[in-house]
Write a protein that binds this ligand. Sequence first.
Ligand code: GLA
Length: 725
Amino acid sequence: MVIFDGDKKVFKLDTDNTSYVLGITDEGYLGNIYYGKKISSTDVMYAMRTNEAPFTPAKLPGGKVDFMDRFPSEYPFSGTGDFRNTCISIRDSAGQEGLELLYKSHNIYAEKRKLDGMPSARGEGSMSLDIVMSDEAVGAEVVLTYTVYEECDVITRSVAVKNVSEKAFYITKALSACLNLETDISDILSLHGSWARERHIQRSKINYGSYVTESLRGEPGHQDHPFIAVLSEDCNENHGSIYAMNLVYSGNFTASVQKDQFGRVRTSIGINPDRFSWKLEGGEEFQVPEVIMQYSYTGTGGMTRNFHDFFRSHLLPPKWVEAERPVLINNWEATYFDFDDDKLVQIAEEASKLGIEMLVMDDGWFGHRNADNSSLGDWYVNEEKIKGGLKNLVDRVNSLGMKFGIWFEPEMISPDSELYKNHPEWALSFADREAGLCRTQYMLDFSRHEVVDYIYGKLHEILSSANIEYVKWDMNRPIAEAASLSLPADRQGEVLHRHVLALYEMQERLVNDFPDILLENCSGGGARFDAGMLYYSPQIWCSDNADPIERLMVQEGTHLIYPLSTTGTHVADCPNHINGRVTPFNTRADVALTGTFGYELDVTKISGEERSQIPAQIEKYKKYRKLIQTGDYYRLASFRENGRHDSYMVVSKDKKHAVIIYVQVVTDSNVISKKLKLCGLDSEKIYIIEGKEYAGNVLMNVGYIMKPLKGDFQSAVIEANSLDD
Ligand code: GLA
């Protein structure tokens, strides 16, 4: 529900449990008055304190700059007195950088408009508000768009910057949103990591000054994540306040938390202004990415479940939300580059007998690629390896009753490739400096349309040439030299954002041209696991590290925001190829249950004993697949926090079924069994766990007794089903 109270000049955006309130001052400044538990009145303008000096520029013009630096500006602008972190900066044709945005008009309407050229949440059943702010001197209009998703307690925000003058200007910063908070928050929650250990949760204190998490890599990266939350000190899994922002964008971002001189907190998120500028000609418009914002007073768990519901109902490709994903086997850890058609068919033969449903041919099938140093860009099949061609291989795999999937890395070009020989100018590079290699490859210049069309054409040819039902789209290096040989000097700052827009355009074309292909994104594991990519692909490879113990932390951080069904989770080879850890086959499978289950090993080489466990593992996955894909997720214990064990559960929406996963990482001697307080059950229902009856309220308050398992790295999967099922 969106209300505008014209007398008080107050906007109130209500979800089922929250209110977000904005006010317009007499001068026309737009301020953030309140965000929190739902309130019933719009009579809150007093909280903006426009009656307190120096909050009255109309009455105290001599104090205008002081006012600017105190005002809780809804979309703060730079260069005119707000010395805190701002959201927008524009350099005009005279080279001046300063803006003063004043309210001009607004519009409230049902549903929402699709963002131009960018992923954004769908608007069924929602209500939107556009507020037009303008700076007449610069000739800029800024449209702040809000969409309210009542049942998920989510508000999405985006911004369009318009040049309404005759002269070009340069946008040097345009973030997606900011929040001015004056409440009991004291902590920051953000996600950090590295290759093979992405998205570990970090909680830190808010101090005076700024905290920034950001990427300059041309993608979100393994190291940081386009998400920021601020929370109350007492906020835990089940209670306490948390304000969160998650950016729907797959390039450079910045997210910051700033505590100002008055102890108030401003959090903001958007495209990183570093290495960004955008020339906007008169009459043109620039679309800023969307941010998904929410307030929850039911702890981090409440926030998580709101995000999961929101992604499932409004952002993931609808066709795949509830569709069963095939159990796949990927040949990367099985063979790396050393394979041919016969080897793949051998794997498929064995896999099909065990119940695996799809073979994915990973890197190394094209050009003359036998190591990671050649052929990217040469998207034609290497017939020395795949004898008889791709269709022949796919037909052989299909004849075993298995689907076939394929790997691409479309944004890249190897110096050792036909494509580079013919088009060296298609690699991103400075005019006068040799570009830096990473994994012996360059980035393609996606700001050139002919490059995007050429590469897409090659993908299209391959995908049309055989019965391919899955694509793994990879991206294995960051973008260093963000410079295009085809753009003029004053547009070089656009290269990184243009890359992201071209990536979106290509994925849009792919999912439209091949609507039945299941697309899985990937970037050296999980360096581009974000809401933007999830708009096109319902699942993303979570991390190159499938060691189940490392995965507990990677998956805990990923599932803090994203639904379980979005995470690529595989049973990998052992000892683990990255950290050498030896873990039971069973534990690897139990940890892979909460995602899109698959195998990343050579089924023809593992022991007979392990091989014989696969059919039962697949049966277990299939048994819980629907529940895991559609249910509510609760964390029961965190190995990251306690250093000993991890546990989480998923409860069906009707609360009749639940599955609990428990991993004992470290075994302890002479200890008593653990009490796990289950969550999310119906307190009135009676549940059966391992043949014994318990009341829901007993399981949630007294707890379930989990007996110690024998040894390190052990796991158990337990189900609870209500008697009235
Ligand atoms: C990345 C992916 C891996 C694999 C390799 C192939 O690292 O994350 O799964 O596809 O590329 O080069």
